[in-house]
Design a protein around this ligand. Structure first.
Ligand code: KIV
Ligand code: ZN
Length: 510
């Protein structure tokens, strides 16, 4: 029997470092529940010292998730580690993941520490972390550009000090597969106590090689991979969980490890993360893209009909693709609605949240007679009332006529007070946004506007993502409706509401 690959998901920590992808406590908990359902081994729930919000989210995940190990990131200092220890305390299985940079450029220019000081700090950090848990992971940040001899010294020392997992990050996505597997092989051969720990890798995607580098490292002896759903993460992202897992599962002839994950939960997880963060999945994305299993060319279609494996190396249903299924309609009751949500793994925190979602479902069912799972997911995710709702859409009238300038009249409730805005625009969405801005005067800059149809058909709901930036904050807002202009206005207001909440946050790489 091959050992199983340890899947360490960092969507909630490194993934959250994608611009605008910050999530609320409830959103993080929802994703953590899905990761647990998928049987992810370790969930990196956040970076406890980054902000009070991050701490609370880790704590909530530690209290609610029983099957996966819950981990918090911490820099290699006593106060970060104490905070991480407190955050994961309620978890059934808990881990502290501490890190310090080891590359010459990071040590000299960022940390302003000598290599000996870095080594000493790393060893101390393991001692502090071990006071909270026996499960301690150490990362040598920017290992991909670090000196191999120095890495060997640091790793030997932290293993002696009690680290149980050693992570080798390619923080800036600089490595190439052959080089990275060589590094792994060297470390395993040269660190004298290498056999006492699990070796892990964490690859960034700056050259589009995160998955290739992770797979090369598994072949060389890594037993844990750090990855994110949809490859979300800092800059060009992390290694995509779904791609690593399916590569290992599909090629048992190559890899010395097996997969224990429930792969049928991959597509639901991908959708959930995309909906919550507002990061759409490109149609041709491997495994989870809408076209990943669609055969367009006649020759391919003919081949698949005659014998599926002529053009398919995986089965769509094995990663959780299902036929669009009509699930509920206008006459469905509250119990059927609640039951379907729970089958989809969506747990609403309170009766109030359930009532709100049910009311929105009824509204939608009046406009759109067939309600699919995707509609339900969107209804719950993108329409959830944010923690602080300053702006709410009360009314919108948008006129767009051939030869006329589009015009919008919008009425908002602003902290309970009704306010009206009117504006012309180059199109109906532009007019609606201008009318909103006439009221809000937010000074925010629109960075991204994107629309996706949630299901097929012209009565499908459009799901809109709006990314706004103000000063150093970037947020994503989502809105869904069968009317694209209303979905857009909702998304814009959702983003404005997020901008209103004060959430100062540290980036662990800074
Ligand atoms: O990319 C990186 O080096 C990290 C570490 C904190 C593991 O995210
Ligand atoms: Zn990272």
């Amino acid at each position: 029997m091959k050992p199983s690959l340890i899947v360490f998901d960092t969507t909630l920590r490194d993934g959250e470092q994608s611009p605008g992808a910050s999530m609320t406590r409830e959103e993080k908990l929802r994703i953590a529940r899905q990761l647990e359902k998928m049987r992810v081994d370790v969930i990196e729930a956040g970076f406890a010292a980054a902000s009070a919000g991050d701490f609370e989210a880790i704590r909530a995940i530690a209290e609610n998730i029983r099957e996966s190990t819950i981990c918090s990131l911490a820099r290699a200092n006593e106060s970060d580690i104490l905070r991480a220890g407190e955050a994961v305390l309620p978890a059934a299985r808990k881990r502290i993941h501490t890190f310090i940079a080891t590359s010459p450029i990071h040590m000299e220019k960022k940390l302003r520490m000598t290599p000996d000081e870095v080594l000493e700090q790393a060893v101390k950090a393991i001692g502090w972390a071990r006071q909270h848990t026996d499960d301690v992971e150490f990362s040598a940040e920017d290992a991909g550009r670090s000196d191999l001899d120095f890495l060997c010294r640091v790793f030997e020392a932290v293993i002696k000090a009690g680290a149980t997992t050693i992570n080798v990050p390619d923080t800036v996505g600089y490595n190439l597969p052959r080089q990275f597997s060589h590094t792994l092989a060297q470390l395993l051969a040269r660190v004298p106590n290498a056999d006492k720990v699990i070796w892990s890798v964490h690859c960034h995607n700056d050259l589009g090689l995160a998955v290739a580098n992770s797979l090369a490292a598994i072949e060389a002896g890594a037993r844990q991979v750090e990855c994110t759903i949809n490859g979300l993460g800092e800059r060009a992202g992390n290694a995509a969980l779904e791609e690593i897992v399916m590569a290992v599962r599909t090629r048992p002839d190559i890899f010395p490890v097996g997969i224990a994950l429930d792969t049928t939960q991959i597509v639901p997880a991908s959708r959930l993360v995309s909906q919550i963060t507002g990061y759409p999945v490109q149609p041709n994305k491997a495994i989870v893209g809408a076209n990943a299993f669609a055969h367009e060319a006649g020759i391919h279609q003919d081949g698949v009909l005659k014998h599926r494996e002529t053009y398919e190396i995986m089965r769509a249903e094995d990663v959780g693709w299902k036929e669009n299924k009509l699930v509920l309609g206008k006459h469905s009751g509250r119990n059927a609605f609640k039951k379907r949500l729970s089958e989809l793994g969506i747990v609403l925190e309170s009766e109030e949240a359930l009532n709100g979602a049910f009311a929105r479902f009824k509204e939608l069912a009046d406009k759109k007679h067939e309600i699919f799972d995707e509609d339900l997911q969107s209804l719950v995710c993108s329409e959830a009332v944010p923690e602080q709702e300053c702006y709410r859409l009360n009314y919108s009238r948008v006129a767009s006529e051939t030869g006329e300038v589009p015009h919008a009249r919008i009425i908002l409730s602003v902290e309970g007070e009704e306010r009206t805005g009117e504006a012309d625009g180059s199109g109906p969405v532009d007019a609606a946004f201008r009318a909103i801005e006439q009221i809000a005067q937010s000074g925010a800059k629109l960075l991204l506007y994107s629309v996706n149809a949630i299901t097929t058909g012209t009565d499908a709901q459009g799901e809109v993502t709006v990314r706004l930036a103000r000063e150093d904050r970037v947020v994503n807002g989502q809105g869904a409706d069968t009317d694209i202009v209303i979905a857009s206005a909702k998304a814009y207001l959702n983003a404005l509401n997020k901008l209103q909440t004060h959430r100062e946050k540290l980036n662990p790489q800074l």
